[in-house]
Design a protein around this ligand. Structure first.
Ligand code: NAD
Ligand code: UGA
Length: 461
């Protein structure tokens, strides 16, 4: 079998790499319109940082895994094509700020329709609104050449960044949605056969296409909802003296609730939670279900509140002014073990502090300096990029970032921050020295003993 995957990003890359590793009898070609991205996939420095990914790519690249910009040949030769392109929130037009922009999915479908000369199974791997497969089907079948048959499947991806390889190798479940026809069932069986190379059959779930599409949005909405729920309680804890970690533990021990995804934080980030919930909200509004839309909107509103609340706490603690104060930001990625900064809470924290006139010293072990500057000078973040560039310094070492600062803010839970020499850090900082732990990873008692003023999420000090 020959497989092609359109879109060599955070999903396409790791997914195809693991598939190639586990299916030596399948040839997989990952294509992208970005020449730069494909060149990086073919180089020693891959375009994304993901633990374990380098090893898998090295094993399979140019054996049964190929990275190419020759989209035409890859489509022509493939029996099965994954569409794994980005589906960002629309920034203009109908549904602006809410609906998923399907222009990349549509262009992939149009390319397939134009190029295909034999039967294809087209698999929607991107996260899409319910019934998006219908649009793909419509485009393909309206342009169908005689004798060519298309099957469309939905096969959403559930991997999380930072743990993608393990998530793919040991998936809780693989979800495949297809048409309730004989051809549809055959197509589902072919895709299932690929996953059966390493996923136990009982973990491969088949549903109708629309259930599969909606389940992906639902899963992300549920996960984000748990974070917003615990974050909402973190505010109650700070006001009352309860400790949110103790509350999360007590609540999570109920086996009906479970302990995962109850870590209170500065707020969730990442390219998908907000985008997918907005997409769900837009669908509900269009289906004339305003109560359902309002319900899910609260998950996002609570996240915005949490990010704002944490930023305000920093300013208030520093005598209500951070003007010309140096503040160290440790961690810029939206979570540990990734270099991805999309929707990271660090952007909101930095933006607020910059607006108040602070000078920022930023360190992240995996985010490229240019990426941090791009994010903080984006038109949605500032009207004066030149001033931001003057106020921000990027460091390649945490000790240099904290030197002579008034405060240290933890925005990402990188393991290396736990083991920093805080005695040394204290000595190099301005006094009084403040730590704002937005991830609850540090030993606060010890920091107090050293002399720091400590503030965190969900606990009153
Ligand atoms: P990404 O932006 O990292 O990658 C998408 C790639 O598609 C880009 O490299 C882009 O150049 C390419 N592309 C777009 N249109 C193309 C076209 N017509 N032809 C060829 N290449 C094209 O996006 P991602 O993070 O990999 O996400 C992809 C999809 O998977 C999204 O729908 C997302 O919601 C979903 N998803 C993402 C994650 C995640 O952890 N990032 C997890 C699960 C699902
Ligand atoms: C999330 C889901 O976990 C994946 O299943 C899904 O496939 C993916 O979105 C997607 O569709 O893109 P991801 O965003 O990569 O994965 O990472 P998560 O581990 O879910 O973390 C998201 C954000 O929530 C991060 O900012 C993280 O720090 C935060 N978080 C997570 C918390 O604040 N508390 C928690 O308890 C868990």
């Amino acid at each position: 079998m020959k497989v092609c995957c359109i879109g060599a990003g955070y999903v396409g890359g790791p997914t195809c790499a693991v598939m190639a590793l586990k299916c030596p009898d399948i040839v997989i070609t990952l294509v992208d319109k970005s020449v730069e991205r494909i060149a990086q996939w073919n180089s020693d420095k891959l375009p994304i940082y993901e633990p374990g990914l380098d090893e898998v790519v090295k094993k399979c690249r140019n054996v049964n895994l190929f990275f190419s910009t020759d989209i035409e040949t890859a489509i022509k030769e493939a029996d099965l094509i994954f569409i794994s392109v980005n589906t960002p929130t629309k920034v203009s037009g109908n549904g602006k700020g809410r609906a998923a922009d399907l222009k990349y999915v549509e262009s992939a479908a149009r390319m397939i329709a134009e190029i295909a000369q034999s039967n294809k199974i087209v698999v929607e791997k991107s996260t899409v609104p319910v019934r998006a497969a219908e649009s793909i089907m419509h485009i393909l079948r309206a342009n169908q050449k005689p004798g060519i048959h298309y099957d469309i499947l939905s096969n959403p991806e559930f991997l999380a960044e930072g743990t993608a390889i393990n998530d793919l190798l040991n998936a809780d479940r693989v979800l495949i949605g297809g048409e309730e026809t004989t051809e549809g069932h055959e197509a589902v069986a072919k895709l299932s056969w690929i996953y059966e190379h390493w996923i136990p059959k009982q973990h491969i779930l088949t549903t109708n296409t629309w259930s599969s599409e909606l389940s992906k949005l639902a899963a992300n909405a549920f996960l984000a909802q748990r974070i917003s729920s615990i974050n909402s309680l973190s505010a109650v804890c700070e006001a009352t003296g309860a400790d949110v970690s103790e509350v999360a533990r007590a609540v999570g021990l109920d086996s009906r609730i479970g302990s995962k995804f109850l870590q209170a934080s500065v707020g969730f980030g990442g390219s998908c939670f907000q985008k997918d919930i907005l997409n769900l909200i837009y669908i509900c509004e269009n289906l004339n279900l305003p109560e359902v839309a309002t319900y899910w909107q609260q998950v996002i509103d609570m996240n915005d509140y949490q990010k704002r609340r944490f930023s305000q706490k920093i300013i208030e603690s520093l005598f209500n002014t951070v003007s010309d104060k140096r503040i160290a930001i440790l961690g810029f990625a939206f979570k540990k073990n990734t270099g991805d900064t999309r929707e990271t809470a660090a952007i909101t924290v930095c933006q607020t502090l910059l607006e108040e006139g602070a000078k920022l010293d930023i360190y992240d072990p995996k985010v490229e300096p240019e990426q941090i500057i791009d994010d903080l000078t984006h038109p949605s973040v500032t009207e004066s990029p030149e001033n931001v560039k003057k106020a921000v310094q990027i460091h390649s070492d945490p000790y240099s970032a904290v030197r002579a600062t008034h405060a240290l803010v933890i925005c990402t839970e990188w393991d290396e921050f736990v083991d920093l020499d805080f005695q040394r850090i204290y000595q190099s900082m301005m006094k009084p020295a403040y730590i704002f732990d937005g991830r609850k990873i540090l030993d606060h008692e010890r920091l107090h003993q050293i002399g720091f003023h400590v503030q965190t999420i969900g606990k009153k000090y």
